[in-house]
Design a protein around this ligand. Structure first.
Ligand SMILES: NC(=O)c1ccc[n+]([C@@H]2O[C@H](COP(=O)([O-])OP(=O)(O)OC[C@H]3O[C@@H](n4cnc5c(N)ncnc54)[C@H](O)[C@@H]3O)[C@@H](O)[C@H]2O)c1
Ligand SMILES: [Zn+2]
Length: 439
């Protein structure tokens, strides 16, 4: 039984997709940039961000000047967080192994990880200078060993986002462009006269940015569908409703399209959380974003027990799931669909977003059903190779290959097997009886 204390006022977005208006607008911009390159990029930047400098790329001197303007405490905090992010990414990298094994004598199969040659890092900046996204995309790419990392972020209301540029620079970006939205994503994906194209695009963004990545996927690799932020809290009767309310609003603040959902086993907690939100919201400086988000996409559901809570939470496949229960670690085994899990009252989504070191670029709109968030492995191509040094083993494989390929009616493939069986083990070559492999 589910008792809904508050339902969303707006319709839910379709999983893994954008609205038709966004889809069409993005397709138009991409096709225009595809045919007109930099000239189109410049026009869209002027239209959406009122920004058309001579060059979107910052020079080394400009970067130095910008970093010099950033207060020392801000720089110190950036370094602190980047160390956290790097440490976790390095441990992830160490967890990946390269290996070679023999399946038959002299038959070696191997796996190795090759970083992509160039990655594009998108750092959102429409509403907030989201410098933490610079740590997440650039530090992680550099830890993976990507040689060229291109970073883009939009100006904010016509101003250079100093701290974001500093974060990009300290993270190790090789190029920094002040460019946002679909125009930045498309320029990095396709290349223009002034930006050479990248192999993989990563980073979060609004519905336009996420849709642009989705449409360009194939021509460029992408990390995942990381669109408008979502949060979900699972709470039992032991939860502190004031903290749950503060935490729900912390994520609603991302934008009016950000869902915030509470699933609780206690009707009392559900009602108290709603009351606290109503009390805190009017004074929240970002209420113009958090208010509509809560009104249109806020939900509170009461369920019978924690198993029902985890099952309902799984059906949302929310980007962030926060567990405020007496035994939060139980959710680790009980839950399947989430971008990142925040266990217990001592941590919160804001830690993940800003400081703790796990990656905050996470799947949204149901993508958590099939992928986790950005991590070092997304920048690596896990490739395989093989070598056969034992002629007898090659001959044996050749015989099987001849039969297996003919079962599929692939005569050409079969002959590649036949010639090895013939050359290394003297098997007869039915289709070329006169051929001799020499002494
Ligand atoms: N999923 C995640 O991992 C994650 C993490 C952090 C943030 N986010 C999300 O990132 C988003 C950041 O959004 P933002 O808007 O602040 O910054 P943004 O940088 O993603 O988008 C700003 C750009 O949008 C473009 N734009 C605005 N209106 C447009 C229109 N009508 N048509 C075409 N382009 C348009 C502009 O060019 C502008 O540069 C938020 O939705 C937030 O929830 C997601
Ligand atoms: Zn957040």
């Amino acid at each position: 039984m589910v008792l809904t204390l508050k339902a969303a006022a707006a319709a839910k977005s379709t999983p893994g997709s954008s609205s038709p208006e966004v889809t069409d607008a993005v397709a138009g911009i991409i096709s225009d940039i595809r045919s007109r390159g930099d000239a189109a990029v410049r026009e869209y930047s002027a239209r959406f961000d009122r920004w058309e400098p001579e060059s979107f790329r910052l020079t080394a001197e400009e970067i130095e000047e910008i970093v010099a303007r950033v207060p020392e405490q801000v720089l110190e905090d950036i370094r602190f967080v980047q160390r956290q992010v790097r440490a976790f990414a390095e441990r992830q990298l160490a967890s990946l192994s390269e290996f070679e094994m023999e399946t038959l004598p002299g038959v070696s199969l191997g796996q190795k990880h090759i970083p992509v040659a160039a990655a594009g890092a998108y750092v959102p900046g429409g509403r907030y200078p989201l410098l933490a996204s610079a740590h997440m995309t650039i530090v992680t790419a550099k830890t993976a060993g990507v040689p060229r990392v291109v970073a883009c972020t939009p100006p904010i209301r016509g101003e250079v986002p100093d701290a974001t540029v500093a974060a990009m620079h300290l993270a190790g970006a090789d190029e920094i462009h002040l460019l946002g939205g679909v125009q930045a994503i498309t320029a990095m994906a396709l290349g223009t006269e002034s930006i050479s194209k990248v192999d993989l695009l990563a980073g979060p963004g609004n519905a336009y940015v996420a849709e642009a990545k989705r449409q360009l996927f194939g021509e460029v690799g992408i990390d995942l569908f990381a669109g408008p932020t979502e949060t979900l809290v699972v709470a039992d009767e032991h939860a502190d409703p004031f903290i749950a309310a503060v935490d729900l609003l912390s994520q609603a603040e991302h934008g009016p399209d950000s869902p915030a959902v509470l699933i609780t086993t206690s009707e009392r907690i559900g009602r108290e959380v709603i009351a606290h939100i109503e009390e805190i919201l009017p004074d929240l400086p970002t209420r113009d974003l958090a208010g509509p988000a809560w009104r249109d996409h806020g939900e509170v559901h009461v369920v019978d027990d924690l198993d029902a809570a985890y099952a309902l939470a799984d059906s949302y496949a929310s980007e962030h799931v926060q567990i405020l229960t007496a035994e939060p670690r139980k959710a680790l085994d009980a839950m399947r669909n989430f971008g990142a899990l925040f266990l217990g009252e001592g941590t919160c989504v804001s830690y993940g977003d800003k400081v703790i070191g796990t990656n905050h670029v996470l799947p949204t709109r149901g993508a958590a059903r099939y992928t986790g968030g950005l991590w070092v492995g997304k920048y690596l191509k896990t490739v395989t190779y093989q070598q056969v040094t034992d002629p007898a083993s090659s001959a044996r494989l050749g015989e099987v290959c001849g039969r297996a390929a003919r079962t599929e009616l692939f005569e050409g493939h079969a002959r590649s097997g036949d010639v090895r069986a013939a050359k290394y083990a003297g098997a007869p070559l039915a289709w070329a009886p006169d051929h001799s492999f020499g002494a």
